[in-house]
Write a protein that binds this ligand. Structure first.
Ligand SMILES: Nc1ncnc2c1ncn2[C@@H]1O[C@H](COP(=O)(O)OP(=O)(O)OP(=O)(O)O)[C@@H](O)[C@H]1O
Length: 274
């Protein structure tokens, strides 16, 4: 694995979770080291979003422990170290009255009304974050007028502005046109390589993603695989069959236009947890 001596930013030990009588996650064990780029994949309904909610302390595990930066999630308070971007971030209509700059500023303040009090150093941070996602030329554009992929970049900038060490992205490419998906992953890889930001990318589509990550975890109630990408490639077919069944070939389309139906709602966890 990349950075095999780096400390863990996330440790999940023997975690199980049920909604009522339905067990959704069973005995999950996972460690994520600082600097890694983990792709967490699993079919629809495999428990990915539930797992994210457990990591963010929004749900409590029935069994087991989760540690963030060495602290149990129940007592973890340092949420500015973690950025979260949800699949529903890119839902602005064209009339939404905020510019890219203003949306990113919310990552610092959470409130539109505080813009006029922004100090020089804050403005610099906001511009830097916008630069990191390659959106400088859109700084003063209305966010509602941007494409899904561009909006999602802006939400990543909003998460980056508080300089998180761990960035969790839940299906960030849903609603992003296929041509932009690769650019989007390139940008994530650059954040990982150059800024050493640890990334957890949750997706049901393993296609293009697997070229960019350092590690892969395959979830379908249990963790079927967790290891580096090369080991995953060796076991890929077996893993895919275990997770998706024999006759399913849906996730091999690298330049896919046909995202699976994702119309059912998740809670919008609000972009950044801080
Ligand atoms: N609040 C809830 N109450 C009861 N059951 C739920 C709840 N949320 C999710 N589930 C069920 O738990 C299982 C896992 O759902 P979850 O949303 O975690 O999966 P997922 O992998 O994120 O799915 P998708 O890829 O479709 O978003 C599903 O069977 C789902 O119907």
């Amino acid at each position: 694995m990349k950075n095999s001596a780096a400390p863990y930013v996330l440790e999940v030990k023997n975690v199980s979770f049920s909604y009522g009588k339905q067990m959704v996650l069973e005995d999950i064990n996972m460690q994520v080291r600082k600097g890694s780029f983990l792709g967490l994949v699993g079919p629809n309904g495999s428990g990915k979003s539930t797992f994210m909610k457990l990591l963010l302390g929004l749900l409590k595990a029935d069994k087991g422990n989760i540690e963030l930066f060495g602290s149990p999630v129940q007592s973890f308070r340092d949420w500015s170290r973690i950025g979260f971007v949800s699949q529903k971030a890119n839902s602005f209509n064209s009339g939404f009255p905020a510019t890219v700059f203003e949306v990113v500023a919310m990552g610092l303040y959470g409130k539109v009304g505080l813009f006029r009090f922004l100090k020089k150093e804050h403005k610099k941070k906001i511009k830097e974050a916008i630069g990191q996602v390659g959106m400088e030329q859109y700084m003063h554009k209305n966010i509602g007028r941007l494409s899904g992929g561009q909006q999602q970049r802006v939400f990543i900038a909003r998460a980056l502005v508080s300089e998180p060490e761990l960035l969790i992205l839940d299906e960030p490419t849903v609603g992003v046109d296929a041509d932009s998906v690769r650019n989007f992953y390139d940008m994530l890889k650059e954040l990982n390589d150059k800024k050493n930001i640890t990334l957890i990318l949750v997706t049901h589509d393993i296609g293009a993603m697997s070229e960019y990550v350092t590690d892969v975890a395959c979830l379908n109630k249990c963790l079927h695989f967790h290891g580096n990408k090369n080991d995953f490639e060796v076991n890929r077919e077996e893993m895919m069959t275990a997770m998706y069944g024999h006759n399913v070939n849906v996730i091999e389309h690298n330049h896919s236009h046909d995202h699976h139906d994702h119309s059912h709602d998740h809670d919008d966890l609000g972009g950044v947890r801080s």
